[in-house]
Write a protein that binds this ligand. Structure first.
Ligand code: BEZ
Length: 304
């Protein structure tokens, strides 16, 4: 039995006439009559009351009609959902925290675009905390962030732990630690700029939590709007600031960057997605990340 036979049968029941049904189905009446007969033989029941005018379905025919309608409706719905999924699968909305633009994010996205020209990527700036809600609402499909936020609906993959660096003016007295590196306990009396001022938790929270974890209380921790402001103030000689290693590439004049010797001084970079998401772009983006990491020999520091 094929779906088209069900469609023929449903139309005959609804039109109560083989002639009208044949017209509606754009087929000749004799093949339609033959198909209905074949269906009756296959099922071993009379679907229509013989000789009835208008044509009336038997009790068994009506029962079969209701189920045939359901099968046709479900098939149409499944086909339309599958078509939509194909369309949706061709667009991937990627949420990201802005500091990752200094890291490997641009390379990963560029490579993904090269390898998957049929998938349209939309980049949407979005703090890690907001990414959870945006993922649930379908506003983004993937989220690259820096905070270990947990939610039962979201799966989070830790990609790597990026080292933190201390940005200072190149003539700052702390530049004597350029070669040796420095412990955070050695800077607690400095003016330290943290960022951003967006709703917490954010990168500023990570820095505060880091000091707390090490049992340190910085004397002057000042929050500014964003990383460029923090670095600009450092370059003006107003203080120092802690940044992810990749942000050293911003390359503001007269700055130098010290290694931080505390093992805890890192910022986790993670990829979040909806728990049940089986979309094909997920393994594809993970492949691109692996390729960039291995090409550039990026150390992931996952055991720190
Ligand atoms: C990274 O810097 O390691 C990174 C950032 C965003 C996406 C993937 C990797």
């Amino acid at each position: 039995m094929e779906l088209r036979h069900l469609r023929y049968f449903v139309t005959v029941v609804e039109e109560q006439s083989l002639t009208k049904a044949a017209e509606k189905l754009f087929i000749a009446q004799p093949p339609l009559t033959r198909q209905i007969k074949k269906l009756e033989e296959e099922l071993g029941i009379d679907l229509f009351v013989k000789g009835s005018r208008p044509l009336k379905a038997t009790e068994a025919g009506l029962f079969f009609y209701q189920h045939a309608v359901q099968i046709l409706t479900h098939t149409a719905q499944a086909a339309s959902m599958a078509k939509k999924m194909k369309l949706v699968d061709n667009i991937v909305k990627v949420g990201y925290v802005s500091s990752l633009l200094y890291g490997r994010l641009p390379q990963v996205i560029y490579l993904f675009r090269q390898k998957n020209p049929d998938i349209h990527v939309e980049l949407i700036e979005c703090g890690t905390r907001d990414q959870v809600e945006a993922l649930k609402l379908g506003k983004i499909d993937l989220g690259f962030g820096r905070l270990p936020i947990s939610d039962p609906a979201i799966k989070r993959l830790l990609l790597r732990k990026e080292k933190l660096k201390l940005a200072i003016h190149k003539k700052h007295p702390l530049s004597e630690f350029q070669d040796s590196g420095i412990y955070l306990s050695q800077i607690i009396n400095e003016t330290i700029f943290s960022y951003p001022t967006t709703p917490k938790p954010n990168f500023s929270t990570t820095i505060q939590a880091l000091f707390t974890k090490l049992g340190l209380i910085p004397a002057k921790l000042t929050e500014v709007r964003e990383i460029h402001m923090a670095l600009g103030l450092v370059a003006s000689g107003e203080g120092i600031c802690i940044i992810p290693e990749s942000a050293c590439d911003i390359g503001m004049k007269n700055l130098t960057y010290l290694n931080i010797l505390d093992l805890e001084a890192y910022s986790p970079i993670s990829l979040s997605m909806r728990n049940m998401d089986q979309s094909s772009y997920i393994p594809k983006i993970l492949d691109c990340i692996e390729e960039i990491y291995s090409e550039e020999e990026v150390s992931r520091n996952l055991n720190l």
